[in-house]
Design a protein around this ligand. Structure first.
Ligand code: BTN
Length: 320
């Protein structure tokens, strides 16, 4: 608590020294106690400059996704009001399911520095090396028909693409349904899991995995990371905050206006539309031209015999 108050005081005056006396007055403890807390914060990875007569200045935060750093002054309405952070876990999806099942409110977020059993779509695993990526699950409770839940996934893909573009200046493409791509390689993926009764969703968990500072050597061949593409380390904390802000914004857009705007934005990132593709879906293969997505988020493929076929789930290979 005391740490938080000190951090808040330093954060609100970036680039400035805040005197020990001022801190001791606002926290209500002695200057020696402030000094001890500063030592604790340094041990946690905060870079804090100290200058006699001037005081303390915040010069850097730890490269860790903590509730304090993610949640501080976060400009969101729903997403990230509560943040659960773990050093290591099996999968943030499992924790989010447990929380949601016990009544956790919409918008709560689970993050981990590392996952030992991160999972991806289509039964795959998601490599989650420590401190390199963003591994995050968000609990949503949208009141939508089951068949439109895939659109919630497209919404998350749009949010993630916007966050990447804003933070890095790199514009990712989206490969249906929700892989974020740079230079033909995957940088992020989204997994949506659902708990439902009959035709109503009780809750939806959106899991986002992003390769941020992951070196190529720790990635599968068809994947890359933002650092590899940008050519330098990126700030995971500010990227994760941008992600929460963009999910919040896209979700608010969907709640107030429905999916049309989101679909439009999705199309803007969907670099593969119009190309000849092969979709491998539930044991069958569909070849043809990627035309569009329909209002349920299914991919529309014009096959060689001229029919337009909706494909609800699967993996797209861009042929040419
Ligand atoms: C995919 O492209 O296959 C989806 C990958 C989703 C990975 C994220 S990481 C956070 C969350 N926890 C998991 O176990 N998976 C998702």
């Amino acid at each position: 608590m005391m740490e938080e108050t000190i951090l808040d005081a330093l954060r609100t005056r970036p680039g400035e020294y805040v005197s020990g006396e001022e801190l001791s007055r606002s926290v209500g403890v002695s200057r020696t106690a402030i000094w001890k807390e500063i030592q604790h914060l340094r041990a946690e990875g905060y870079r804090i400059l100290a200058q006699p007569h001037a005081g303390y200045q915040l010069a850097g935060i730890p490269d860790r996704l903590t509730p304090q750093e993610l949640g501080w002054d976060l400009k969101t309405r729903r997403i990230g009001r509560r943040i659960y952070a773990y050093d290591a876990t099996d999968s943030t999806m499992d924790i989010a399911h447990r929380l949601a099942g016990a009544g956790e409110p919409e918008g709560s977020v689970v993050v981990a520095e590392r996952q030992s059993r991160g999972r991806g779509r289509l039964g795959r695993s998601w490599l989650s090396p420590k401190g390199k990526g963003i591994y995050i699950s968000v609990i949503l409770r949208p009141t939508v028909q089951l068949q439109t839940v895939p659109l919630v996934t497209l919404m998350a893909a749009v949010a993630a693409a916007r966050a990447v573009e804003r933070e890095t200046g790199l514009r990712p493409g989206i490969k249906w349904p929700n892989d974020l791509m740079l230079g033909g390689k995957k940088i992020a993926g989204i997994l949506t899991e659902l708990n439902a009764e009959l035709n109503r969703a009780r809750y939806v968990i959106i899991g986002i995995g992003m390769n941020v500072n992951t070196p190529k050597t720790q990635l599968p061949a068809r994947a890359t990371s933002l650092a590899e593409e940008k050519g330098g380390r990126l700030d995971r904390v500010s990227l994760a905050r941008a992600l929460l802000v963009e999910v919040d914004r896209a979700y608010a857009e969907f709640l107030s206006e429905g999916f049309d705007g989101i679909l439009e934005a999705w199309r803007g990132f969907a670099s593969f539309l119009g190309r000849r593709i092969r979709v491998v879906a539930e044991g069958r293969t569909v070849d043809g031209q990627a035309v569009d997505v329909d209002s349920n988020g299914a991919l529309l493929v014009r096959t060689d015999n001229g029919f337009v076929e909706p494909v609800a789930a699967g993996e797209v290979l861009v042929v040419r």
